[in-house]
Design a binder for this molecule. Structure first.
Ligand SMILES: NC(=O)c1ccc[n+]([C@@H]2O[C@H](COP(=O)([O-])OP(=O)(O)OC[C@H]3O[C@@H](n4cnc5c(N)ncnc54)[C@H](OP(=O)(O)O)[C@@H]3O)[C@@H](O)[C@H]2O)c1
Length: 405
């Protein structure tokens, strides 16, 4: 395959962010030996002329070689042609269902949405212009009509509704996921696809809301792409073309297992869990030592999110350190090691809990409860009503841009 990677002008920020993100990743070579997932095959694609310059490259990230697909490899006319005989059934209309369905529809694919009738998602889809009987259906009807079935239900609902899915997964159809969860933890989910269909994954690395807003800005989001079963021989082309159609900028190759392990660790860790724990710990110490709420909040959250973290996003940690005073830099260089030592064992414990399935069992148990939505709201209310975040509400009102409004 002729591999040539051309950096387009439209995505320098996304690529930069991707490079930084990938550099920070430390791929484990000791993934659970119980789950064997095949890696992506690299067949020469019949959809490209031999002389065509492909926008794919194996990049070297600090000695680890990774394959990256670029959206310009699949111009709109090309994927429209590829999917011209397909009906894309987006099952579920939460954050991902909403963003992916609207992007694919705007990109000219034949999209239908399948959700339970009368539910929140149904009403949201109606507001977005999907029409019952035309492109909005019950889950069962959408599964029947779809040739490419994109499973965007909550992970717990994917387990619950699997018996409905399996009836419609006939030869020639394709099953797509945007998370490795259901397939990798099959012993808990019972999600075991028929062996005669393609099973692919396109997992945008961000919320569906951001996927949509980046699309509307004429940009794109980075996604992971993986193949679980390639029966047609076209699975990787299909997955990348589909990924581009739903709004991906760059797609980096992974496996179902690596995606779900990294994702579950990330959201429990730095992205959501660890960040709340760290903010709260510092805030409480400042408060206990006599600092008023606004000062504790400003030094913990406001300066981080408004000033320093965007600098990390733009050019990396060293660059952010360099933008700070010599006093701040000296202290940070001494103290980051203490935080590293305190936190590394917690991350090790977290990874093990993901790899041995404990996290999955908890997710399925909690999120399958009939009172799941109310229970979640109670826990979020506890965070919302805690002093730190009530203070945040007041501080946010005092941001300079609010004053000029
Ligand atoms: N959110 C993200 O940032 C993100 C990023 C990457 C990947 N993912 C993955 O994308 C998938 C979808 O996640 P999401 O965040 O978009 O949505 P979600 O909030 O997890 O799920 C929402 C959808 O599931 C439906 N649903 C839930 N329980 C159901 C049941 N018992 N019967 C029928 N439908 C049911 C909801 O319909 P109703 O409104 O009718 O309840 C709604 O359409 C998951 O695999 C997730 O891990 C998410």
């Amino acid at each position: 395959m002729n591999s040539s990677f051309i950096l387009t002008r439209s995505f320098p920020h996304t690529l930069k962010a991707f490079l930084q993100f990938s550099r920070m990743r430390n791929f484990s070579t000791s993934l659970s030996s119980e789950i064997k997932i095949p890696t992506v095959k690299h067949a020469v694609s019949k959809y490209f002329l031999p002389q065509q310059i492909r926008k794919i490259q194996t990049l070297d990230f600090c000695g680890v070689k990774e394959k990256v697909y670029e959206s310009s490899d699949w111009p709109k006319e090309k994927y429209q042609k590829f999917f011209k005989n397909d009906t894309i059934a987006m099952i579920g209309y939460g954050s991902q269902g909403n963003g992916q369905s609207l992007n694919a529809r705007d990109n000219g694919l034949n999209v239908i949405v399948g959700v339970r009738e009368g539910g929140n998602s149904w009403n949201k889809a109606l507001k977005d212009g999907w029409q019952p009987g035309k492109d909005l259906f019950s889950i069962n009807d959408a599964l029947e009509r779809g040739t490419i079935i994109n499973n965007l239900l909550s992970d717990a609902a994917q387990k619950e509704l699997w018996p409905q899915f399996i009836k419609h997964l006939t030869k020639g159809k394709t099953l797509c996921f945007c998370h490795g969860f259901s397939i990798v933890y099959k012993e808990y989910t019972n999600v075991i696809p028929p062996t005669d269909i393609d099973v692919i994954m396109v997992a945008p690395k961000g919320s569906g809301k951001t996927l949509r807003s980046l699309f509307l800005d004429g940009r794109g989001m980075n996604s992971s792409v993986a193949i679980f079963q390639d029966i047609s021989g076209d699975a990787i082309d299909k997955a990348v073309a589909f990924g581009v159609a739903i709004g991906s900028a760059y797609l980096y190759e992974t496996t179902f297992q690596r995606e779900v392990f990294a994702d579950l660790v990330g959201e429990r860790g730095v992205l959501l869990g660890a960040i709340q724990g760290l903010f709260l710990a510092q805030y409480e110490v400042l408060r206990a030592r006599g600092h008023p709420p606004s000062e504790a909040f400003n030094e913990t959250v406001e300066e981080a999110t408004q000033s320093l973290y965007p600098l990390i996003g733009q050019n990396g940690m060293d660059w952010m350190y360099d933008a700070c005073s010599t006093t701040a830099r000296r202290g940070a260089l001494d103290w980051y090691k203490h935080f590293y030592e305190a936190n590394k064992p917690v991350f090790e414990k977290l990874y093990s809990s993901v790899a041995d399935g404990s996290e999955t069992r908890r997710v399925l148990e909690k999120n399958s409860s009939p009172t799941y939505a109310e229970d979640l709201e109670e826990e979020l209310k506890e965070i919302r009503e805690s002093e730190i975040w009530r203070t945040g509400k007041v501080v946010r009102k005092l941001r300079p841009e609010k004053k000029s409004n």
